[in-house]
Design a protein around this ligand. Structure first.
Ligand SMILES: [Ca+2]
Ligand SMILES: [Ca+2]
Ligand SMILES: [Ca+2]
Length: 233
């Protein structure tokens, strides 16, 4: 059985515990809920967008290239088409964590992590992309991909995609209107390990109140699902 903690946002390193050590049981989501979670999150995002559709400007696409000569930094700052992007690393291992840039893309490295990829072996890694504007995530291209690699995506700290297969083309195209400022690409399974090579986004202009409403809808949907799950159990 595999558990995901919604508070620390990653599969808990202590997978056999019934709760995240830092939180109570309410933050624990069982694996059998993953399909429900995905549908609820997407439905919430879509519902929000229905409300905000008139506010969206014609999207201007921008592609960020995360590849480069090998180097390790705590933060990488990139810029494309007037959008700033800050890339940082996160690990469930609490030790200092950085980002490694390679010709295959960016990964996450920390003191006890012997893989510079975004990997789920031992501590779970996540690569955080923080944009200066609200953007629509259009597509992502991965490096060092094999057929065991899946990724999990958080948008503004909400779980949106859980253990999604990375296609053999290595480029994943997201459903339309996936909006946010922060996108976290995580590896949860032991055999998940990959780099993030490029991301394609489109700049959008969304009123803050509408965006808050959308995120609220996602949260409410998740809580409702958890409640109904409990009632069934
Ligand atoms: Ca790593
Ligand atoms: Ca896998
Ligand atoms: Ca791999």
């Amino acid at each position: 059985m595999h558990f995901i903690c919604a508070r620390c946002r990653l599969g808990c390193a202590q997978e056999l515990l019934l709760s995240c050590p830092s939180e109570n049981n309410d933050w624990v989501i069982e694996e059998r809920m993953k399909d429900v979670m995905f549908k609820v999150a997407i439905a919430g995002v879509s519902a929000a967008l229905g409300l905000t559709a008139v506010a969206l400007d014609a999207a201007q696409a921008a592609t960020f290239d995360l590849t480069g000569a090998k180097s390790i930094k705590s933060t990488f700052d990139l810029r494309s088409d007037e959008i700033d992007l800050t890339v940082t690393g996160f690990s469930t291992n609490p030790l200092p964590t950085g980002v490694k840039r390679t010709p295959s893309g960016m990964g996450v490295i920390s003191v006890l992590d012997n893989s510079s990829k975004i990997d789920g072996k031992g501590a779970k890694d996540a690569l955080n992309l923080m944009f200066s504007h609200t953007v629509e995530l259009v597509s992502a291209t991965f490096g060092a991909v094999d057929n065991k690699d899946e990724f999990t995506l958080f948008v503004d700290d909400f779980l949106v995609l859980f253990d999604e297969d990375i296609p053999s083309s290595k480029t994943y195209t997201f459903l339309p209107d996936l909006l946010g400022e922060k996108f976290s690409f995580a590896a949860l399974e032991q055999n998940d390990n990959f780099y993030l090579k490029t991301v394609e986004v489109a700049k959008v202009d969304v009123p803050e109140s509408a965006l808050m409403l959308g995120l609220g809808a996602v949260a409410v949907g998740i809580v409702a699902q958890k409640k109904s799950q409990k009632e069934v159990a």
